[in-house]
Ligand binder design. Structure first.
Ligand code: HAM
Length: 454
């Protein structure tokens, strides 16, 4: 056999089963977004490369698939690795015309030139939910938690409970307090964020290289090493061993106050027991300015299923007005892995059984074709066999395999009188009806069985 072409590494073919699962995921995302008052938007699949250089951060820029336009100008474009820069660009261009708060969701395909691995592909689908506006700190805090709650609510709709997933949160302002306690000078905070984001993923020699390359002092190293070893910066022992004399109590009180607020608000929303503070969550993307969070698998076996946070400077950076913003992205890849592991994949997702199956034992096909058209025009799902057989028993078997609810049997004896048989495939009851009344009788049959509304 000839060598078959494979899909490029990190991409997927969606055969009918995979497509049905994708539909289930996307339909659920869409349904819950609409229920929470978000409206759907989309943008182009590729953007000017520069759009991502503004503020997404080095990691994303290093993962861009980019290309050049032909001709004189040689413009540089990149496939979108995420939706947030597109959203910021769109909002900045029309900020004053958009009703506030802006509540948008989108389901873009995204592209990252990553090394394909479990939970990470080069092409994936990412649900984005963003809320922009909020005139007071209280309103903004509410928006943070409304978007996070929507994320959890959706996972619950997929069948995942607080024993399966948790929301781990932090705040970049709290991370700055943490750095101050550790004695980092403010100009080193960006490096601190960068390192903290990677700390758990770096092997000891990689950490040592980071320290050497960035002239990290012995005191700072001790702090990062203690964090890397799982030390708890909420314990006094952590700071005592570092010899810090900063205001540890203020840091600890700020966290417990925020944790209490998050817990209370999520409990009011019917989502108790999901939130935990995690000092290692800072998020790799450079545009976050405050509250940051991820939703992770409690058993720790997967990458984050969703991540997001507050990015209050991005709209302004893209030429728009100062506009506070918060939101998150959830990928379909990790979600599908998680649903499979927890036994929450739907059976027959997206496959709805036909309402009616036409069984044609006549020599001609005109009646069958006409009845199919009438039934489909009325919105029913109507199928027929492509087999040549006129054996009613065999054809009924096929209808049964398709899980059809009703069979319309076109046979010579009834056809001679302008009639046909209608068989309910669940009760096996059969009756003779006029051909002219097939639609009305089918609807009555389906209504009687509760398959369609009266
Ligand atoms: P992110 O953390 O880069 O955030 O991605 C969010 C989610 O997208 C991840 O938790 C993961 O489920 C999925 N994801 C990311 N990269 C891949 C990949 N290569 N393969 C499969 N899934 C992936 C953002 O993208 C932010 N723009 C989210 C956001 C929206 N923040 C505010 N608004």
């Amino acid at each position: 056999m000839q060598n078959l072409f494979q899909p490029p590494p990190g991409t997927r073919d969606f055969y009918p089963d995979a497509m049905a699962l994708r539909r289930h995921i996307e339909d659920t995302w869409r349904r819950v977004s609409l229920r929470h008052g978000f409206v759907e938007v989309d943008g182009p699949t590729f953007e000017y490369l520069d759009l991502y250089k503004v503020k997404s951060g080095d990691e994303i820029v290093s993962q861009l698939f980019h290309f050049e336009s032909r001709g004189e100008d040689r413009t540089q474009f990149a496939l979108r690795p995420e939706f947030t820069p597109t959203l910021a660009r769109m909002v900045a261009a029309k900020a004053n015309a958009l009703p506030r708060p802006i509540k948008w969701f989108s389901i873009p395909r995204c592209y990252r030139a990553e090394r394909p691995q479990k939970g990470r592909l080069r092409e994936f689908i990412q649900w984005n939910v963003d809320m922009l506006g909020g005139e007071t700190p209280e309103a903004r805090r509410q928006f943070d938690l409304e978007t996070a709650a929507l994320c959890i609510d959706t996972l619950r709709e997929f069948g995942l409970a607080s024993s399966d997933v948790k929301l781990v949160w932090n705040d970049r302002a709290l991370v700055e307090q943490l750095f101050a306690l550790a004695g980092l000078p403010p100009e080193r905070y960006p490096f601190g964020f960068y390192l903290l984001d990677r700390l758990a993923k770096l092997a000891p020699e990689q950490r040592r290289k980071q320290y050497a390359d960035n002239a990290v002092t012995a005191g700072e190293q001790a702090f990062f090493e203690q964090l890397a070893a799982g030390g708890d910066p909420l314990s006094e022992a952590f700071w005592e061993s570092l010899g810090s004399n900063g205001d540890f109590a203020a840091y600890r009180d700020a966290i417990s106050g925020m944790q209490a607020h998050i817990e209370k608000t999520l409990a009011l929303m019917g989502l108790p027991g999901y939130a935990t503070y995690d000092p290692s969550i800072v998020r790799g993307l450079a545009y976050y300015t405050g509250f940051v969070w991820e939703v992770v698998d409690v058993s720790g076996g997967n990458r984050a299923v969703a991540g997001g946070g507050r990015y209050d400077k991005l709209i302004e950076m893209f030429g728009g007005p100062a506009l506070a913003a918060t939101g998150f992205g959830m990928g379909d890849v990790v979600l599908a892995l998680l649903l499979a592991e927890k036994g929450k994949l739907p059976a027959n997702a997206g496959v709805s059984p036909p309402d009616l199956f036409v069984i044609n034992a006549l020599e001609q096909t005109d009646d069958a074709v006409r009845q199919l058209a009438i039934l489909r025009a009325a919105g029913l799902t109507a199928l027929a066999s492509y087999k040549a057989t006129k054996n009613i028993g065999k054809l009924l078997e096929e209808a049964g395999k398709a899980h059809a609810r009703v069979a319309l049997i076109l046979a010579p004896a009834e056809a001679a009188e302008g009639k046909a048989k209608l068989k309910n495939l669940r009760t096996r009851e059969e009756r003779t009806i006029p051909l002219a009344a097939v639609l009305a009788e089918t609807l009555a049959e389906l209504r009687g069985a509760g398959d369609i509304a009266p």
